[in-house]
Design a binder for this molecule. Structure first.
Ligand code: SF4
Ligand code: SF4
Length: 395
């Protein structure tokens, strides 16, 4: 147990055990798909290749050349950043932090009030396009023990500049209608769009902080696990579907981060009852096609090397999950789509469900959800018709 963070771990519902080991990025599924022969296959190679060209559609609605084309277009800004230093083995935003193009100013703007400074940073993050913002302290436990040199997929030191103290964590809401079409290549556009948004937002906000005279490292999936940071920064709770469930958007959010030396007030974790609802709900696990999600209580152990050791939590069978993605040639988030916290808060039922599910009446919410059944997939063809403003046509 880490005594310094014990109180905030408990408040965040994070249980770290004596078996804890920092996670090496060599073991994440996307990295293993390049070096681990037990993962790499024709399917995984075709999965990655499909992000470069849309000319290899698979059968089925939502997997046409047009669906892949839109998905790949949505990723393109993120790709431009992550591919620009491939020759140095740095896939920025994924297997290396984003290189900053702005030097740290030699004069430093004084920070007299950390609360005020935090309010300013949060407002600017929103101005640049973030939907959620929270701030927490740097906690080395969540940093990869090694990052990956993508030239030979080998481990290299995961160093950051000295003096970093805080992490600004940002949430980016995914498009509701696109998410409703999972599983499809079309739905992958919701993921790609937010990575592209993230890339520009973290670069812009980090450039602002660096111009103030403080260190700031823009980061997406690289460098550290973002889930514990998002939970610690008060943005949501960890759910059975391996995602951070937020009050505002449920699980339909991606997260980015900036490591900084700027003095800032931190946010406390804010549990509001989602985790307690996950204890009694198994909708995501039931809906998962390869049955990669657990049905029982959180466990300390996992059979997958792609899971961090020594944290009691719900853990997916990552190999089964990624195997399904590889077959689809696109990301899957059925477990996001069917989660009842994903339903719109604009409907009376959506608001009622949220209220009941996060209160002592959560079993009533569970009962209502059982009657409602699984959230239906929006047919990709219908999504395209809506886009073109075609109405009144049957599916
Ligand atoms: S992403 Fe798809 S395959 Fe993976 S756990 Fe969720 S539903 Fe299952
Ligand atoms: S579907 Fe149910 S169990 Fe799964 S994350 Fe959502 S609320 Fe939790």
């Amino acid at each position: 147990m880490n005594k310094r963070f014990a109180a905030s771990d408990a408040a965040a519902g994070i249980e770290v055990t004596d078996a804890f080991e920092p996670f090496s990025q060599m073991n994440d599924m996307f990295t293993r798909a390049f070096w681990d022969d037990s993962i790499r296959s024709q399917d995984t190679d075709a999965f990655f290749a499909s992000y470069r060209t849309a000319s290899m559609p698979r059968r089925g609605e939502g997997f046409t050349q047009k669906d892949f084309a839109l998905r790949n277009a949505s990723w393109i800004v993120s790709d431009l950043i992550s591919n620009r230093n491939n020759d140095d083995g740095e896939r920025e935003g994924f297997q290396a932090p984003i290189r900053y193009d702005t030097p740290v100013a030699q004069t430093q703007v004084a920070v007299d009030d950390v609360d005020d400074q935090a309010r300013e940073i949060k407002s600017l993050a929103r101005m640049f396009g973030a939907d959620l913002v929270g701030i927490t302290e740097i906690d080395q436990r969540w940093h990869y023990s090694a990052r990956v040199d993508t030239r030979g997929f080998s481990p290299v030191p995961n160093d950051l500049p000295p003096g970093l103290t805080h992490v600004i964590v940002m949430g980016h809401a995914m498009d509701e209608d696109l998410v409703a079409t999972y599983p499809s290549a079309l739905a992958g556009a919701a993921t790609g769009m937010e990575y592209s948004h993230e890339a520009s937002i973290v670069i812009q906000l980090a450039a602002y902080i660096r111009n103030l005279g403080y260190e700031a490292v823009p980061s997406m999936n690289d460098t550290a696990l973002v889930i514990p940071y998002a939970v610690k920064a008060g943005l949501g709770e960890y759910g059975r579907n391996q995602m951070v469930l937020t009050r505002e958007f449920g699980p339909r959010v991606r997260f980015s981060k900036i490591f900084t030396s700027l003095p800032l007030a931190v946010d406390p974790p804010k549990p509001f009852g989602i985790r307690a609802y996950c204890d009694i709900c198994t909708k995501c696990a039931e809906a998962c096609p390869p049955k990669a999600l657990p049905f029982g209580p959180p466990q300390e152990d996992s059979t997958s090397v792609s899971t961090i050791k020594g944290v009691r939590k719900w853990s997916a069978d990552c190999e089964k999950c990624f195997g399904y993605w590889a077959k689809l040639k696109s990301d899957c988030a059925i477990c996001m789509r069917v989660c009842p916290f994903n339903q719109p808060k604009s409907t009376i039922y959506g608001r009622l469900f949220n209220r009941l599910a996060t209160s002592r009446f959560r079993k009533l919410a569970l009962h209502l959800e059982a009657k409602r059944g699984m959230a239906e997939r929006l047919k990709p063809g219908r999504w395209w018709k809506r886009l073109r403003g075609v109405t009144g046509l049957s599916d």
